[in-house]
Design a protein. Structure first.
Length: 221
């Protein structure tokens, strides 16, 4: 019994310093751990990152995080450069701060960039389609305008031809009118000349006829 008590006292003598040391370590870690508001962080672009149960390399591994995964930073430990995070499943663990980035990783940015490229491509295609449609509409309007202009030109030419024909008809009518006028004038001249000739003839004949009768009457008396 004495031997057992002595052995137990030796174990206590060996265990107590270790417990004190462990307690001091936890105390130091708890003092250096800084809690702050949640901040958005992203796991680095490595293939995977180990998670630990506490803020140091001596704590056991509790899982991994995929590269580019979004997490919430809960608190940090300045002495070990570890941060406590919560992933999208609600799990909390510790991870080296060097494995966290404030900007999204390529894993999340590439799909976003691809979506942006697709969106821009769709917009460009839409603009191209709209522009082609507008161009086609403008070409159709121009073609319609050309048709109207050509129709007006044809109508104008037709009216010009009709005007030329009308002018020729008017000229022919004027010539016919001038011929008729000349004919009428000539007829009047002829009639007037005949009347004048008859008057002259009567004026020459009648005086000779009347005095002869008088002389004859005188001779008879």
């Amino acid at each position: 019994m004495t031997l057992l008590l002595f052995h137990f006292s030796d174990i206590n003598d060996d265990l107590m310093p270790k417990l004190r040391l462990t307690g001091l370590i936890f105390l130091a870690l708890s003092v250096s751990t800084v809690a702050h508001a949640e901040e958005k962080r992203y796991v680095s672009d490595e293939l995977s990152t180990w998670l630990r149960s506490g803020p140091g390399d001596n704590f056991r591994l509790v899982g991994t995080l995929n590269a580019g995964e979004e997490v919430a930073l809960l608190q940090t430990n300045d002495s070990t450069r570890y941060g406590q995070i919560r992933d999208n499943t609600g799990r909390t663990a510790w991870i080296p701060l060097k494995e966290l980035n404030t900007d999204p990783s390529l894993r999340t940015r590439v799909p976003e960039l691809e979506n942006q490229v697709k969106t821009l491509t769709d917009k460009l295609n839409n603009i191209d389609t709209t522009w082609n449609q507008r161009t086609a509409d403008m070409q159709q309007k121009v073609a319609q305008s050309d048709g109207v202009i050509n129709g007006l030109k044809d109508e104008n030419q037709k009216l010009r031809n009709e005007l030329i024909v009308a002018q020729k008809k008017v000229s022919a009518a004027n010539l016919q009118l001038d011929d008729k006028q000349r004919t009428i004038i000539m007829q009047w001249f002829m009639y007037g000349g005949g009347v004048l000739g008859m008057g002259l003839l009567l004026g020459l004949v009648l005086p000779h006829m009347i005095p002869g009768r008088k002389r004859k009457d005188r001779w008879m008396n």
